[in-house]
Write a protein that binds this ligand. Structure first.
Ligand SMILES: Cc1cc2nc3c(=O)[nH]c(=O)nc-3n(C[C@H](O)[C@H](O)[C@H](O)COP(=O)(O)O)c2cc1C
Length: 322
């Protein structure tokens, strides 16, 4: 299976592992890129030195296969961005804002430029910035996501993209989801949560177990974590597997703000103890279909093989295909 993004990003399979803040490791990114997909580092919360070390460690595991780095535009750290350009990251992805001049600098450094949007209104600015690939991220997505369901957003972004390929993000965890996204006009998948439930993801065991245990409908889209962290996030909320923390504070953010002095130390203690009741179990609504922790490289091949099987089956419904 080849789509337009394979040539643009220099990859074999149209499966990308989303950049996820501080939750990517050289092992994860290299496993995905090494298997023919695209592994992407998050940069949020990482300074220039840390990011530079990560990129060099990733390259050492990968030879010349491409990989990417994500920058959240309103939180972009200029020194980290400059280091990423100097390290010649092959793919640079922007999200949560107009990539504007950053996109031009990434292109001048030789990178392919990708921009994730959560609304149709963000598309014109991304196109004006000259991005090579768009990502439509539906509200199903883990971590910060917007409010529009993928099935509504993706076809609209494809129609507005003036021919630029569009990746689908939010709730895709297997080949069935990838095939559905392709049917809606996507050129591939941008998957976060599925790649958290892997041995290579540098997140806690309790978090991975919660993703595997979650059923459909077990995530919440909440402003409580941003209030806890003291970081307002315009246009989005955190999607996470529901737990005692979200049961208590989702929808009661003002009450939480009044009690931060006591709640924060309890949550920080829970993080040290890997206590799934209180930590932010960031994950998309596709968690309900994730049933195992599986090596990231193996997942890339399995997702593509299943998508091909689904597409073949659908083709036979109308008398075409193998
Ligand atoms: C733990 C976590 C952290 C994330 N951090 C970022 C980030 O730093 N920047 C970003 O653009 N998207 C981030 N995302 C969202 C992903 O880019 C992607 O849109 C999302 O994971 C897709 O939905 P899925 O998780 O259902 O696959 C994050 C997602 C998760 C699960």
């Amino acid at each position: 299976m080849r789509t337009a993004i394979c040539d643009i990003l220099g990859i074999v399979h149209p499966v990308c592992q989303a950049g996820m803040a501080g939750y990517t490791s050289p092992e994860l990114v290299a496993a995905v890129s090494g298997a023919g997909g695209l592994g992407v580092h998050g940069s949020l919360g990482r300074d220039a030195a840390e990011l530079g070390d990560l990129l060099r460690a990733t390259r050492a595991l990968l030879d010349d296969r491409p990989f990417g780095v994500n920058f959240v535009v309103p939180r972009l750290d200029e020194a980290a961005f400059a280091r990423c350009l100097a390290e010649r990251a092959p793919v640079i992805c922007f999200s949560w804002g107009d990539p504007g001049e950053y996109a031009a600098r990434a292109r001048a450094a030789g990178a392919a430029v990708v921009c994730q949007v959560t609304t149709l209104a963000e598309v014109p600015a991304a196109l004006a910035a000259g991005v090579d690939v768009l990502i439509a991220q539906g509200t199903e997505g883990g971590g910060h996501s917007g409010f529009v369901p993928l099935a509504a957003l993706l076809p609209a972004v494809v129609d507005a993209a003036a021919g630029a390929p569009v990746l689908a993000a939010g709730g895709i965890v297997d080949g069935r989801g990838l095939a559905a996204a392709l049917a809606l006009g996507a050129a591939g998948g941008w998957l976060g949560t599925r790649f958290l439930a892997t041995p290579e993801a540098p997140v806690s065991a309790a978090w991975k177990r919660a993703i595997v245990a979650a059923g459909p409908g077990d995530t919440v889209h909440t402003g409580a974590f941003d209030r806890l962290w003291g970081q307002p996030w315009p246009g989005g909320r955190v999607r996470a597997v529901r737990n005692r923390f979200t049961d208590e504070w989702d929808g009661r953010e003002d009450a939480l703000a009044a009690r931060l002095g006591e709640v924060r130390p309890a949550v920080w203690r829970a993080e040290r103890a890997d206590d799934a009741d209180l930590i932010a179990l960031q994950a998309g609504s596709g968690s309900g279909a994730i049933r195992d922790i599986r090596p990231a490289g193996e997942l890339v091949g399995a997702i593509v093989a299943e998508a091909e099987e689904v597409i073949g089956r659908l083709g036979r419904l109308v008398g075409r295909g193998a």
